[in-house]
Design a protein. Structure first.
Length: 244
């Protein structure tokens, strides 16, 4: 009988959580630093293949009721690229003596990004409102504005809820659809789908786990299949965020 009661309570708790409504808000801690680890892979048949990993620290300098200020800085980059039969590799943790000619060429392009600091203001929905870069590096502001992995809806959500978000990136419009798969005491699981239009046409799939208490996306995976100038390109992006 005791086991049956415990089983009933567990099932009841899970049903209750599944029916729970949650207001998702991003709640960074003032003074805290968060590490973002991102891995990207792209493949375009025999034309090009690339793998890249980025580590970035986000230091939260101020938190207001609905907004926050942060300083973002890349701490490490690695890249392996195969294009037109030529292989190039770069690792920001290696010295010039450890890099080959291709690596040194890539370092010249990447080094300014590693030395820059992005000052960003965002809100608790996950939107980046303002961004400046010191010293000014072309393209870095765009990276900051696109660094938000998800924008939350204003209304409460529950299992089965959906909302949409769109981004414009270099002539392509990305339409994301987020669907709440499950809600537990600690985590909210989302399924991702969507479409790409503009310079390329394609589809988006993926998933995301969000910390229920802080609203921070702990892990995410986005797969994209894109038709671009008659070529099919596949890309995969995985990202994790942890407080350090």
């Amino acid at each position: 009988m005791k086991k049956l009661i415990i089983l009933f309570l567990i099932i009841s708790a899970n049903i209750s959580l599944a029916q729970d409504s949650v207001v998702l808000r991003l709640k960074y801690e003032k003074g805290a630093t968060y590490n973002v680890s991102m891995k990207m892979a792209q493949e375009m048949g025999t034309v090009m293949a690339m793998g890249m990993s980025i580590n970035m620290d986000i230091k939260v300098t101020d938190v207001q009721e609905e907004t926050y200020n942060s300083e973002m800085k890349f701490t490490k980059m690695t890249m392996d690229m195969l294009q037109a039969g030529q292989v190039m590799s770069y690792d920001s943790s290696k010295s010039d003596e450890e890099l080959d000619a291709g690596g040194k060429m890539m370092k010249a392009q990447m080094a300014p990004m590693l030395s820059a600091v992005i000052y960003a203001k965002g809100n608790n929905l996950g939107e980046i409102l303002e961004a400046t870069v010191t010293p000014n590096v072309m393209g870095m502001e765009d990276i900051a504005k696109q660094s938000s992995s998800v924008v939350y809806p204003k209304e409460a959500i529950k299992v089965g809820s959906t909302w949409t978000n769109s981004k414009d990136e270099k002539g392509m419009k990305l339409e994301y659809v987020y669907t709440v798969k499950s809600i537990s005491k600690d985590m909210i699981a989302l399924d991702l789908s969507g479409t790409v239009s503009g310079m390329g046409e394609g589809v988006i799939t993926g998933n995301m786990d969000i910390d229920r208490n802080s609203g921070i996306p702990k892990n995410s995976l986005i797969d994209m299949t894109l038709s671009l100038s008659g070529q099919e390109m596949k890309s995969k992006v995985t990202m994790g965020i942890n407080k350090i």
